[in-house]
Write a protein that binds this ligand. Structure first.
Ligand code: SF4
Length: 353
């Protein structure tokens, strides 16, 4: 079975592969970019981001020289902003320290900050043809089902088991790059999480999960931690058409993105007066006018549900505004250029646009 596994998948891939832009290149920079964008992101969602990035930054040097704010703005909506910052840092390192040349081996790639085992294997095999297996969520699922592996895939022991098996399986492949693309594609469109297409599957006869009816039970994965609710109450101060915003600097979600004055509470609140504002800000608010009802919006992240409420307060032009440190007044044109969380962008587009 092990010997036939790679050729079977390569044959399947020839017939079923989707035509995706990053499959037409052997440029390590573009492959790396696509892999980073596609982590935690579906292909349909990631594709336009990839195309925009390649257009804005066609080479690793262009990315290295990018303005971080601009880069975060292009990234907006993909979430996990640390990925974008790491991308930038690594591009700078490659440009400045390695003469804009990617290391051409798995080990060399792995030594770069921000490039993990999966990405190093993807770039090494797709760009340089190195015989190293990629192991992502799709690969875990396919291998667990075909070979009936019941170890919890979140454990270190299981990771070793899968890595060893994956290294054996890639050996008979006619081309490591094609094989790696094939197994990931197979997991994405044939052996899918909820309804694998077993009836038309070329591995059916040898698939342990199919033969034992365990498709839904494999792979075994420990339960995710529960989603945490957070209540973000935003005070949106507007004067002369400008809004008061600040860059988020704390080590929390949305670092380096821009939002408004925030009061986070443990429970939902309904009135502006429930916000525990510092005295100066409370005085300022008293001189303004609350415009409309607070706007509730929710954004779901991987482990957090952010329940936002936006209180818009219009201030007369005559009021002088002592802004807290880190805050500034921005026109709508300026705000359009700032990187922002999706929650804030939705509010601006739908309520102030
Ligand atoms: S038979 Fe079903 S579970 Fe087994 S590899 Fe094929 S699609 Fe996946």
């Amino acid at each position: 079975m092990k010997a036939a596994f790679a050729p079977t998948l390569e044959g399947w891939y020839e017939r079923h592969r989707r035509d995706l832009p990053w499959r037409h290149t052997r440029d390590p920079y573009r492959i790396w970019l696509s892999e980073v964008i596609l982590q935690q992101t579906r292909v349909a969602q990631g594709r336009p981001y990839y195309e925009r990035f390649v257009e804005a930054y066609p080479t690793v040097t262009d990315l290295a020289l990018a303005d971080e704010r601009e880069l975060l703005r292009l990234w907006q909506g993909l979430g996990y902003y640390s990925r974008a910052r790491n991308l930038h840092q690594t591009a700078r390192y490659i440009t400045e320290q390695l003469n804009a040349e990617f290391p051409a081996t798995f080990d060399g790639l792995l030594s770069l900050k921000g490039i993990g085992v999966y990405t190093a294997a993807a770039v090494a095999s797709f760009a340089f043809g190195e015989r190293v297996p990629v192991v992502d969520g799709n690969v875990y699922r396919v291998l667990a089902r075909v070979f009936g592996i019941t170890e919890d895939i979140t454990t270190t022991g299981a990771k070793k088991t899968f890595a060893k098996l994956a290294s054996e399986l890639i050996q008979p492949a006619s081309d490591p790059a094609t094989y790696n693309q094939a197994i990931m594609e197979f997991g994405a469109i044939q052996c899918t999480p909820v309804s694998p297409d077993c009836l038309l599957c070329p591995l059916q006869q040898s698939c342990n999960a199919y033969q034992t009816g365990r498709q839904q039970r494999l792979p075994v994965k420990a339960k995710k931690e529960p989603v945490r609710n957070r209540y973000f109450n935003y005070l949106v101060l507007r004067q002369n058409g400008k809004l008061v915003m600040r860059e988020r600097t704390a080590r929390d979600i949305w670092q380096n993105l821009y939002d408004f004055w925030l009061v986070e509470t443990d429970e939902p609140i309904t009135a502006l007066t429930d916000l525990n504002l510092p005295d100066e800000l409370a005085k300022l608010v008293q001189q303004g006018r609350l415009t409309g009802n607070p706007v509730p919006l929710t954004q779901l992240l991987s482990h957090q549900r952010i329940r936002g409420q936006f209180f818009l307060v219009d201030l007369p032009d005559t009021v002088s505004m002592p802004l807290p440190t880190g805050f500034g007044q921005y026109s709508m044109d300026e705000i359009n250029q700032l990187p922002k969380p999706v929650l804030v962008t939705t509010y601006l587009n739908e309520w102030l646009g």
